[in-house]
Design a protein around this ligand. Structure first.
Ligand code: GRF
Length: 184
């Protein structure tokens, strides 16, 4: 049976776009009602859902609503792509081992929300991109695949960031294929 995926994103959704152009995506979830990813989903004809943590009593209720969506759509793999919330116990216990994330640095180097800026500010000559399983830590789960990305002498943070994103757009589809997600 084909593996069904859902993509979670909080912002622009460029990784979602690359994935959705190559793989069937059952739905997109955003924790921001005004995220640009929702417009991308509409343009690509992908179903989307958006609700915000602040609309719930607590994080457990918020994540329970997410778990219900995942169950309703019989999702096999949750693909985090710029989802800017920590996955907590309600979602993790329901889907542990079935959630992956992409991080714009070569973990365990530069975990956290600013992987690109942190590498840039550290003056590295190379950074990278990592896809990993999600556990209860921040960017600590088992690494599935990672690639190195150089930081060149004449880079600006913008050109460096663009090179990181290009590597992401290649790596995430490769990992999805490796995990048995069928292409369109
Ligand atoms: C990506 O760099 C991803 O690695 C990080 O957040 C960014 C999301 O970008 N976790 P986009 O929303 O896919 O354009």
């Amino acid at each position: 049976m084909a593996k069904k995926i859902a993509v979670f994103a909080s912002g622009s959704g460029s990784n979602f776009q690359v994935i959705a152009e190559q793989f069937p995506v059952a739905f997109v979830f955003s924790d921001k009602r005004d995220a640009y990813v929702l417009e991308r989903a509409q343009n690509l004809g992908v179903m989307s859902y958006a609700f915000e943590l602040k609309e719930f009593e607590n994080k457990a209720d918020y994540e329970q609503a997410i778990v219900e969506l995942l169950r309703e759509h019989e999702i096999d793999l949750v693909v985090l792509a710029g989802y800017m919330k920590i996955v907590s116990s309600t979602l993790l216990s329901a889907y542990e081992g079935r959630i992956i994330n992409i991080h714009p640095a070569y973990l365990p180097e530069f975990p956290g929300a600013h992987g690109i800026e942190d590498a840039w500010n550290a003056g590295v000559s190379e950074s990278g991109v990592t896809v990993h399983w999600v556990d209860s830590g921040v960017d600590t789960g088992q690494i599935i695949k990672q690639v190195r990305v150089p930081c060149l002498a004449d880079d600006t943070i913008e050109t460096f960031e663009a090179r990181i994103h290009e590597a992401e757009y290649k790596l995430y589809p490769e990992v999805l294929e490796r995990l048995g997600v069928e292409k369109k």
